[in-house]
Design a binder for this molecule. Structure first.
Ligand SMILES: *Cc1c(COP(=O)(O)O)cnc(C)c1O
Length: 306
């Protein structure tokens, strides 16, 4: 909304994401256009990006999925060449660091025109209800964003534009104000858990562990493996039988969701996303997992009857 995206415009994103990414595009009246993801890192495949850009494209929304940054250097280069905006979906990647080829290090959400964060309780920085934030380096854009969040008003009861009720709830802000001080500890705890999984599961040949994308750190919003033997659902059930929760993020890609069928994408259009939906499984990942629990989870996976 702040960038003036609307009906007749196109915005490019990935089909392998939480639906909110695509929803944000559709709610402006613009048309979501998809580019498939990379096999290993689950983020936008920049080699597929330029082919879907048209004169109608107004913005690109790369998603920093599971806590790892998309290839921002390439995304920003392509956006500049076509004079279009970049909105980062950093909802799963607060604190993730991206290193440019000249050595500059920037955090997820601070590289594009606007960066989006969610403070939904399950996120790496979660409040106790719903919340989110937008980041920008552009003062004019910041002013417009603030106005939109307050029913389109810069001055109370004077409405310059169509807006929303999208303020951060005061109670949630108070909670986040305290929790923000601990973000580095939260990230370190997740990374320690990931290291345990990597060491314990590296010799399980039917599971593909998450790989670190070049140029990005990983803050492990999820520790997502690929089950390569077609037994993802059976493994999930087996873990559940042993009281280990696991989740599939995401079982259906955005382009095959009933709500987005009118975009006339069909099965087979984004094969990497579609295959990922069949293979991914996110293992328990949070800041309080004990070594004993992790040992039990990894041993149970190894006991899975193939
Ligand atoms: C959580 C999340 C969002 C935002 O979801 P809200 O329900 O609006 O907080 C957007 N994109 C991704 C990838 C997410 O994980």
């Amino acid at each position: 909304m702040a960038l003036g995206v609307g009906p007749g415009d196109e915005v490019v994103t990935v089909p392998f994401t939480f639906i909110a990414t695509v929803e944000a595009i559709a709610l402006t009246g613009a048309t979501p256009v998809f580019a498939d993801i990379c096999e290993e890192s689950f983020v936008m495949d920049v080699n597929k990006l330029e082919a879907v850009i048209t004169p109608k494209t107004k913005a690109i929304i790369p998603v920093h999925l599971y806590g790892q940054c998309a290839d921002m250097e390439s995304v920003l280069k392509i956006a500049k060449r076509h004079n279009i905006s970049v909105i980062e979906d950093a909802c799963q990647a607060i604190g993730t660091e991206y290193t440019f080829s000249d050595g500059t290090v920037k955090q997820a959400g601070t590289m594009g025109d606007i960066g989006c964060l969610s403070f939904f309780p399950s996120k790496n920085l979660g409040c106790y209800g719903d919340g989110g934030a937008l980041m920008t380096q552009n003062d004019e854009l910041a002013e417009r964003l603030r106005a939109i969040c307050r029913h389109g008003s810069k001055q109370r009861y004077h409405h310059d534009m169509i807006g929303l009720n999208s303020r951060l709830d005061t109670l949630q802000a108070a909670i986040l104000n305290v929790k923000l001080n601990h973000l580095d500890e939260y990230i370190a705890a997740r990374q320690k858990t990931a290291t345990f999984y990597h060491q314990a599961l590296c010799d399980v040949d039917w599971i593909e562990l998450p790989s670190s994308a070049p140029h990005s750190s990983h803050t492990y919003h999820q520790f997502t493996v690929k089950v390569k033997n077609g037994k993802r659902d059976a493994l999930k059930q087996f873990l559940s039988d042993h009281e280990i929760p696991s989740m599939v993020y995401y079982p259906v890609p955005a382009h095959l969701q009933p709500a987005y069928r009118h975009l006339s994408n069909k099965e087979g259009d984004f094969p990497i996303s579609e295959r990922s939906c069949r293979e991914v499984l996110s293992l328990p990942m949070h800041t309080e997992l004990s070594e004993e629990q992790l040992q039990y989870i990894c041993q149970t996976i190894k006991n899975f009857p193939l």
